[in-house]
Design a protein. Structure first.
Ligand SMILES: *Cc1c(COP(=O)(O)O)cnc(C)c1O
Length: 434
């Protein structure tokens, strides 16, 4: 399988090049040259297969030319060392819990798969790989922990100062070793802009082997299809339509779902659920995509004003608005609505949702209320509630316990390099340190 840039479909590169470059040289995002369709036999027997077997079958279609099957098996086993259960919540509503990985958020899937791929590719060259990652919270921790002590790699995390929770911050500012944290005086979009600019800076890239670990990297996207197949296989939907509601920021998770559907998984509809950073729902309502500065919310991993995977969604549908609007519904919710959903589900079912999952729950319920499809709904729970303990406890009047995996970070001292949002300052730091 080859990969092309969304800005130039005729220029094709190997998986290795797509993964090590991250962003294409023309600033486009890499896409697989075609979306492979899985055999009917495989799809019919999904429920007899393990998560590892499913992930292998899906991944192999994309990696066949670059990664030997035995190596891919090892990579999958290393990536998925935790379950992704579908938990029944109320009648016809399930939570797909993607937070059972080491940093308790769904980004562990993408980050761990990518670190394994890069480790494999770094092994075949002599130059160290420097991974730049802009984070609004969870990406930084998943990537930093995924790459910790992976030989031949160094990670630089950029995050907006004061705009991530303490637990999130501690997970990527206390690791040391091959992980450096830059604390940017700005918002998430500034961090993302700095990273993008570094890739276009020839002076820098001629000296340092830079790559990105944001959701723009194709190695992050591929594993985000696995769990849609797995979740679907564990529901007993029969012929009833299955709807997935995905709490969205940069839209990597939802794009993974769209790819799963294109590969043959019969998902009826996707719901793009957002907080008030509703650029995508606005696009569906108005046909116009208008990026804007992000606003801070309690579901801060979705505080994104210019969703980077929008280019991929357009590409998947050849820019055809009507098809996009048929496949994906978009709804946005305020913090107040989010908190009241958290309270409602907690009081009725004693289930603790984190704010991101709660936004997805709201989107699912809204769709089901407005559309009488007799479907089975799955809302994607992207983070363990303890990652947002302050807001969860304040909202539910609880004292939820912090799992040991998270607890261990809290007692550690953070080490960061504070920086302005100015590119010159950022590039100077990179030149000096790497
Ligand atoms: C990153 C993240 C999201 C948003 O995912 P995208 O792929 O960027 O749309 C949602 N919830 C949590 C907890 C996250 O960390």
């Amino acid at each position: 399988m080859k990969f092309y840039s969304t800005n130039n479909p005729s220029l094709k590169v190997s998986l290795r090049q797509a993964v090590t470059e991250g962003l294409a040289p023309d600033n486009g995002l890499y896409m697989p040259e075609r979306i492979p369709v899985l055999s009917k036999d495989f799809l019919d027997k999904l429920n007899q297969k393990t998560f590892h077997e499913i992930a292998f079958e899906v991944a192999e279609k994309f990696t066949d030319e670059d990664i030997p099957a035995a190596e891919l098996k090892r990579i999958i086993q290393h990536t998925i060392q935790f379950d992704a259960p579908v938990v029944p919540i109320e009648r016809d509503v399930y939570a797909l819990e993607l937070f059972h990985g080491p940093t308790l958020a769904f980004k562990d899937f993408g980050a761990r798969f990518m670190s394994q791929l890069l480790g494999f590719f770094a092994n075949q060259q002599d130059k160290e790989i420097v991974i730049l990652v802009a984070t609004s919270g969870d990406t930084g921790s998943a990537v930093a922990n995924g790459f910790l002590d992976v030989p031949g790699t160094k990670v630089v995390v950029l995050y907006p100062s004061g705009k991530v929770s303490e637990i999130q911050e501690k997970q990527f500012t206390t690791l040391g070793h091959n992980i450096t944290a830059l604390e940017i005086n700005g918002n998430f979009d500034d961090c993302q802009r700095l990273v993008k600019q570094a890739f276009l800076d020839r002076k820098l890239t001629s000296r340092i082997f830079l790559t990105s670990a944001n959701s723009i990297n194709i190695a992050r996207l591929i594993p985000q299809s696995f769990y849609y197949f797995y979740a679907y296989s564990r529901l007993t939907a029969g012929s009833r339509p299955v709807i997935f509601s995905v709490p969205s920021g940069n839209f990597g998770n939802l794009t993974g779902g769209l790819i799963a559907k294109r590969m043959g998984l019969p998902i009826y509809k996707f719901i793009a659920s957002t907080n008030i950073n509703d650029v995508f729902p606005q696009y569906l309502a108005s046909r116009r995509f208008t990026p804007r500065t992000s606003l801070q919310t309690i579901s801060n991993a979705m505080d994104v004003g210019n969703p980077s995977n929008f280019a991929r969604i357009l590409d998947l549908f050849n820019g055809d608005f009507d098809t996009i609007a048929r496949e994906i519904m978009g709804y946005a919710f305020s913090d107040e609505e989010t908190k009241s959903a958290m309270r409602d589900i907690y009081s009725r079912f004693q289930y603790v949702m984190d704010p991101h999952g709660a936004v997805a729950y709201l989107g699912l319920k809204k769709f089901m209320k407005e559309n009488d499809v007799n479907g089975i709904g799955v809302f994607v729970e992207t983070a363990h509630p303890a990652k947002f303990k302050e807001v969860v406890d304040r909202t539910l009047k609880t004292e939820i316990t912090i799992p040991p995996k998270l607890e261990k970070f809290l007692g550690r001292e953070k080490t960061t390099i504070p920086l302005s949002a100015d590119y010159e300052e950022f590039s100077a730091i990179l030149s000096r340190n790497f």
